[in-house]
Write a protein that binds this ligand. Sequence first.
Ligand SMILES: C[S@@+](CC[C@H](N)C(=O)[O-])C[C@H]1O[C@@H](n2cnc3c(N)ncnc32)[C@H](O)[C@@H]1O
Length: 179
Amino acid sequence: MINLIDILFTLIIAFTILIALSILWPLLTGAAWSPASRKVVHKILEMAEVDSDDVVYDLGSGDGRIVAEAARRYNARGVGIEVEPLRVIWSKLVLRFLGLNGLTKIVWGDVFNQDISNATVVTVFLWQRTNEKLKKKLQEELRPGTRVVSYIWTFKGWNALDIDLEDRVYLYVIGKSDY
Ligand SMILES: C[S@@+](CC[C@H](N)C(=O)[O-])C[C@H]1O[C@@H](n2cnc3c(N)ncnc32)[C@H](O)[C@@H]1O
């Protein structure tokens, strides 16, 4: 017969595995979690000149703050793609709490396996090597004129059309910046 100790033990093991996966998974797929500050989130969206006609994809959306701000401040549609399940659950709850469900969506998955062709603005705060890996996908899937804003890391060899040196935010435009 299963007793309470067994159930508790199983729950602790399952919880430990979930936490370990949550830490390791993003490290393997692209970047660890580290949220952009409020100031930087505003700067990213301002540099992309987001407006209500835009569909903003945040690749590696963390707690959903960029997607939330794009919807709240600019009435834009927002899609976050996040690999880490606990952050997906958390960001979905936050967006629901903020009443932004109609404009926003969080997808659980690896950005490399998701269709992003619908985006008019793409934001990334990943790692340099992940940006390099992403280049091909961005060029293949995004339409000319799509703005790509990267925080901290660049797309090496691409021509940034606007740079904020203070916060290290870089604006690229597909068809103009990429070679
Ligand atoms: C540095 S954080 C940025 C979070 C958020 N975009 C922000 O600016 O506050 C990077 C996020 O990307 C997620 N991530 C890393 N690799 C990923 C991948 N291949 N697919 C989806 N999400 C990924 C991590 O789990 C983490 O939440």
